[in-house]
Write a protein that binds this ligand. Structure first.
Ligand code: SF4
Length: 154
């Protein structure tokens, strides 16, 4: 990997991490109210819930700007909350794929919204153009990290 340049010298980020949701559904962690103790969310929440969501308008603006400024940057949907709790997450994944057709798109999820319909939910997510789902299955009381990947890049 080469030296990282400043933006005004032509440097571009390797990774962008949009926060689709502020707030989480996690109830089995050892942090406050069942959140994960290590999560930055514990600085601003005392338990699950109290969601704030990125809007479609904000996501479209962000995706368009990333598509112009850093079209090869890997996009990781994560941060202080459960991304799949955002009711518009599928639409937002499609937007990023439209504006960034040749980069990797990944979501990190606690799996809460996938339970009991895993295959169908995973297929639906991949059909938006996402390449990776990083699933931490703590929610079913196992600590297993699974990667699902579907080849999308040409
Ligand atoms: S599941 Fe993720 S977002 Fe939710 S509390 Fe744990 S680390 Fe934070």
């Amino acid at each position: 990997m080469g030296k990282q340049l400043r933006a005004d010298k032509g440097g571009r980020p390797f990774v962008v991490q949009p926060e689709l949701t502020e707030g989480c559904s996690m109830r089995f962690g050892s942090g406050p109210g069942g959140l994960c103790s290590f999560c930055g969310l514990t600085a601003i929440r005392t338990g699950p819930g109290e969601y704030k969501w990125m809007s479609i308008e904000t996501a479209e603006k962000l995706a368009a700007e990333c598509g112009l400024f850093c079209p090869q940057a890997r996009v990781e949907f994560a941060m202080r909350g459960e991304p799949l709790m955002n009711p518009k997450h599928l639409e937002i994944f499609r937007l990023f794929r439209r504006f960034m057709p040749r980069t990797q798109l990944m979501v990190t999820t606690n799996g809460d919204t996938l339970r009991n319909r895993m295959q169908k939910a995973v297929d639906t997510i991949f059909d938006t153009g996402l390449n990776f789902i990083l699933l931490d299955t703590r929610t079913i009381r196992k600590i297993v990290v699974m990667h699902y990947a579907r080849k999308r890049m040409t």
